[in-house]
Design a protein around this ligand. Structure first.
Ligand code: ZN
Length: 159
């Protein structure tokens, strides 16, 4: 999935679930994290294939992000109440990263149990029209979940 669609889909899901702009912004920032930690693909052919081989392995291993969420939550027991927002924002950024992995899992393969063995279902090709259709579908589902019934949704969209 393209970064812009990762950010849009993740943003709508977290916004619908939390109704909070700051948590949503954090999740959107985290929505590209698993790709960012890999760095950009090298231009040189041999280096590219070496990079490609480890693409979507450790960087897309969900257990790392789950452990970091647990650590962020645990840190709340050690810090004063006034700093609670920081671990919460980190948690939402990591949730954004987990959603990124799930989104990659429907257009390719990602690790689940171990970093090297990957699973996934290829619903569409990255950057294809189907990807944008999928993103639009998620947006509609989120809007429907948020506004409840089809009439208020159509009203909102000015139909
Ligand atoms: Zn990715």
């Amino acid at each position: 999935m393209k970064w812009i669609n990762h950010q849009i889909v993740t943003g709508f899901i977290v916004s619908t679930a939390t109704d909070d702009a700051i948590f949503t912004a954090s999740a959107i920032a985290g929505a590209v994290l698993p790709d960012k930690v890999e760095g950009s693909p090298p231009k040189e052919n041999k280096a590219y294939w070496k990079w490609r081989k480890s693409h979507r392995t450790w960087s897309h291993y969900p257990l790392i992000y789950i452990a970091l969420i647990a650590a962020a939550q645990f840190s709340k027991t050690l810090i004063p109440d006034s700093y609670f927002l920081i671990p919460t924002l980190i948690t939402y950024a990591l949730i954004g990263a987990l959603l990124h992995i799930a989104e990659d899992g429907i257009c390719g393969k990602v690790p689940i149990f171990t970093p090297s063995k990957k699973y996934g279902i290829k619903l569409f090709k990255v950057g294809s029209r189907s990807e944008y259709f999928f993103a639009a579908l998620i947006i509609l589902i989120c809007l429907f979940a948020r506004f409840g019934d089809i009439d208020s949704l159509l009203n909102l969209l000015n139909f």
